[in-house]
Design a protein around this ligand. Sequence first.
Ligand code: F3S
Length: 410
Amino acid sequence: MYLSRKEEKMYSGEYGEPIRKAMEILVAIGDTYDAENLIEVKKAHVAGLSYKTHGDAGLEYIKILNKENASVCIPTTLNVIGVDRFRWEKLGLPEDWAGKQLQILKAYEKMGCIGSCSCTPYYHGVLPRFGEHIAWAESSAVVFSNSIIGARDNREGGPSALSAALTGRTPFYGYHLEENRLGNYLIKIDEKLEDVHDFGALGSYLGRLIGDKVPVFQGLEKSASLENFVALGAGLASSGSTAMYHAVGITPEAATLENAFGGEKPMETIDIGEKEMENARQSLTSASDGDVEFVSLGCPHCSLQQIKQIAALLSGKKVHKDVRLWIYTSIPIRALAEKLGYVGSIEKAGGTVTGDMCTVLGCPEALRFKTMATNSAKMAFYAPASNKLDVWYGSTEECIDATVRRRWEA
Ligand code: F3S
């Protein structure tokens, strides 16, 4: 791979050991994907910070980087961690686990990363611009940046995003190249999709069919909310390895069908009607009796609007005494929701609005819940294996209903 003179010096260690290690990782990735050179990136988002994924070895590695005075050189946000830094004790999460998790967070913050700890950094103002090259990890955020914003981003892992944050560079391959951003599959929607659970289910259903290809949606409503498009991307990226989609007349690189496919014909057309949507929704439920002990909402992390909706749905109701309702969002969005009274309403009903964390990357299994209800296709996809939970999948309204009754009544 071609390296500029400055990059050669970074690679040979003249800029210090952390930069040398980061360059070694980036060049190895570039060689694997036949990248001809590195390109500059303007923002990074580092994921893989949960103690569940980091482990003790990862914690040691980050501490070594601290000792070597590693420091990020571009605006770098952090993804979700495994606990809420202010509420882990109240939530009953184990002390040793939380302690290690907070050491990991501190070590990244010491490198200059912004500890906003969310998979939806775009809800609190961290936005790349159209056409900007970035190195964001977190698969749902990658789909958002490529599809909704039109930024140029690959599905980075934690180490590659951190390497980009330390050097300001990433290998020039994949979705940084215009030719790889064109659509492959045409998806014709002949069904009205109502909310995040419909959009998430559609994404999850298609992710299984199309793998890493780029779907082009025709027939999605322009008026669908931003949260619905976020859920679509998260579903696609969890069951498949999709990094972007187009929605004709909606997303910025798909003003027309011809734009989305670059004038080529689709590889295949997939029709989505009532039967497919029913399959899509049902395949995300793994529970069989009606019991619900845990209800978790906010995967990807909730927007302000979603917290407002939950507060309104809980109005005049009480969370069942044997049910935990945890809502996930970022600290900035939580602070705003608190100011506006939504957090107070939810707490009055018996729910908890958390910051920093989520079910999948946290350790709710320490509390021995068996059955969870959620409106998130991504959480429903991962939680059975990641958290040993049986899942009821449904709309936000159905989840709130289960919170009150402690039963799933589909
Ligand atoms: Fe975010 Fe955790 Fe879901 S990182 S997308 S809330 S699995």
